[in-house]
Design a protein around this ligand. Structure first.
Ligand SMILES: [Zn+2]
Ligand SMILES: [Zn+2]
Length: 317
């Protein structure tokens, strides 16, 4: 292990909310893993000792119907590194060859570890709706955290010219969003009215919710244009909307679950071409509990990455 990103899902796991996803204790958390191959099994052919790699967290059999459709998260033999099997908050992690994504030359694994979940998830969610990000459309990204700050950039990279609005209660994260190219940056307070004002009363064509609380769900749906699409990436709250309003306004609600190996491979190629900025800060693995507390308190801007055997934390991008 070179580094492991720390994700809000780790907090959900600690709070006992991941049992429905197959988590049983004890387990080593850590699903945003990057490092160098330390050893390989006899039948491994595509990676060698010393290779710099990301670990795609879903385990896939390659043989079931969802796997053959490229829907890795729906694999009938599904496991997930760092949730259902031991993950990367450790010196070593054991994974199948199918989970390995090679890191392009010249990139430090520590700098790209969070793509393994934050990146793959943002990419999967934006790619499937990128056709809605057309000139004249307004897209709202709710929450500019670890996933949201990547998603914001992907709305620009994969979309074709919609106006991108970023929303976050934190001034630091709003500044990050502005630096990453959001055309308008808003506080979450009063955001529904602000979005209506920005769009001459129409509303947002697409809302990407990277937060996932009762409040963000309600605001996200309320700020939609008629015929709009609300896409859920962050989770934890309850979506509540009258079916008459869904039908009358023809609203689409989309759920997103991580992504496939090819999503991770593609987002990494985009990074290698210099099209994406991943904001990370490093901390020694020993301080995992402090970092989790900071994340819970909203004190992380971008992504924290835990590094084994290191006392040198610090800001990287
Ligand atoms: Zn995660
Ligand atoms: Zn499968």
């Amino acid at each position: 292990m070179a580094g492991a990103g720390v994700c809000a899902t780790d907090l959900h796991a600690i709070e006992g909310e991941m049992e429905p996803a197959g988590l049983t204790l004890p387990v080593v958390l850590g699903h945003e893993n990057a490092g160098h191959v330390a050893a390989v099994g006899d039948l491994v052919t595509t990676v060698s000792v010393g290779d710099a790699v990301l670990v795609c967290p879903p385990h896939t059999c390659g043989l079931c119907v969802p796997c053959r459709r490229g829907r890795d998260m729906m694999c009938e033999q599904h496991q997930f590194t760092g949730l259902t099997v031991d993950g990367g908050f450790a010196e070593y992690v054991v994974v199948s060859e199918r989970s390995i994504v090679p890191i392009p030359p010249g990139i430090d694994p520590i700098d790209v570890a969070p793509y393994s979940d934050a990146g793959i998830t943002a990419y999967h969610a934006v790619k499937r709706l990128a056709h809605l990000v057309v000139p004249g459309s307004t897209v709202v990204a709710l929450g500019i955290g670890g996933v949201g700050h990547v998603g914001l950039q992907l709305l620009r990279e994969l979309g074709s010219g919609g106006t991108v609005v970023a929303v976050d209660p934190s001034p630091q994260r709003r500044a990050l969003a502005a630096g990453l190219g959001a055309e308008t940056v808003l506080d979450s307070e009063g955001v529904v009215d602000e979005v209506r004002d920005l769009t001459d009363g129409r509303g947002a064509d697409l809302v990407m919710d990277f937060v996932g609380t009762d409040q963000s769900h309600a605001a996200g749906i309320e700020m939609l244009v008629r015929g709009g699409t609300y896409s859920i990436v962050g989770f934890g709250g309850m979506v509540s909307v009258p079916s008459a309003a869904m039908v009358g306004n023809e609203i689409t609600i989309v759920g997103n679950l991580v992504g496939s190996w090819i999503d991770l491979w593609e987002v990494l190629q985009l990074h290698a071409r210099g099209r994406l900025t991943l904001k990370t800060e490093t901390h020694p693995l020993e301080s995992v509990n402090d970092v989790l507390a900071m994340l819970r308190e909203g004190q992380i801007t971008g992504r924290a990455v835990l590094i084994p055997d290191s006392s040198n934390g610090g800001e990287r991008a």
